[in-house]
Write a protein that binds this ligand. Structure first.
Ligand SMILES: Nc1ncnc2c1ncn2[C@@H]1O[C@H](COP(=O)(O)OP(=O)(O)OP(=O)(O)O)[C@@H](O)[C@H]1O
Ligand SMILES: [Mg+2]
Length: 239
């Protein structure tokens, strides 16, 4: 049993155009953390720093105890799903998922079966030959989730993955995410999820981080954070 945090940001600073952001955060293994906050607060910057798309000016980023601060995005043990453009337009659903485990798309029988199983797990059995343009936004995000979970990286980053979907479908996708995350017989996958919808976090995520002005201004149990009667979170939520 490891007590190492799944993710640790230790004095991570990122500056541009005279504006500075600073993030300190630790996420426990198996935890589902929601990240909320106003537009422009730095939520995507936080995700991009962890993913390695941005390099911090100062500080360290550790994943399961390993310092990844200087590693490229591909060398980090994580998967990322964005709001859109997660898929390659010229590849069908099967190949888009297969890329998660075989960048050269060369798969043996077991690999092919794993890809089909991953599509099945997101409700897309039979969609193998569809290209992104032939699928709905929700279906495309299912493909992106199938690929992310097939990769079995220990950390999953989600930046407003369902923001472009309607309320009922968004709820359905959140349920699916919860199911995929729970992984029978193993501890749940550690997830960092940016959302603008507090109801995505409520009743599902363990903790919520409120990002404001380039820092984590509040962090704690989701229900407590979201029910604050006053202060910056209450103001943001319009309570
Ligand atoms: N590399 C960069 N160069 C200049 N400005 C940047 C850079 N990265 C981010 N910003 C600015 O930093 C601020 C935070 O951006 P970020 O995308 O992290 O916000 P966000 O919290 O994800 O907002 P939203 O909810 O709208 O997605 C914004 O004002 C953005 O314009
Ligand atoms: Mg953003």
């Amino acid at each position: 049993m490891t007590t190492e945090p799944a993710l640790l940001l230790d004095g991570v600073e990122y500056a541009f155009e005279g504006r500075a952001m600073r993030f300190d955060l630790d996420v426990a293994a198996g935890e589902w953390l929601a990240v909320i906050g106003p537009s422009g607060a730095g939520k995507s910057t936080l995700i991009d720093l962890v993913a390695g798309f941005l390099r911090p000016g100062k500080g360290r980023i550790l994943i399961a105890g390993a310092d990844v601060t200087r590693r490229s995005p591909a060398e980090r043990p994580l998967s990322v799903v964005f709001q859109e453009h997660n898929l390659f337009a010229h590849l069908d659903a099967f190949r888009n998922v297969a890329l998660g485990i075989a960048p050269d798309l060369k798969l043996d029988a077991a690999g092919k079966a794993a890809v089909s199983k991953a599509l099945d797990s997101v409700g897309l059995a039979g969609f193998e030959n569809r290209r992104p343009a032939e699928m709905s936004g929700g279906e495309r995000q299912r493909v992106a989730l199938a690929r992310a979970f097939l990769r079995e990286r220990p950390l999953l980053l989600l930046d407003e993955p369902f923001a472009a979907l309607g309320p009922a479908l968004r709820r359905e996708m959140m349920e699916l995410l919860g199911t995929l995350r729970s992984r029978a017989g193993r501890s749940p996958l550690t997830v960092l999820m940016v959302t603008h919808h507090p109801e995505d976090a409520r009743g599902r995520t363990n903790r919520t981080a409120f990002v404001e002005d380039g820092r984590i201004a509040a962090l704690g149990n989701t229900e407590e954070i979201l029910s604050a009667a006053s202060g910056p979170v209450a103001q943001y939520l319009g309570l």
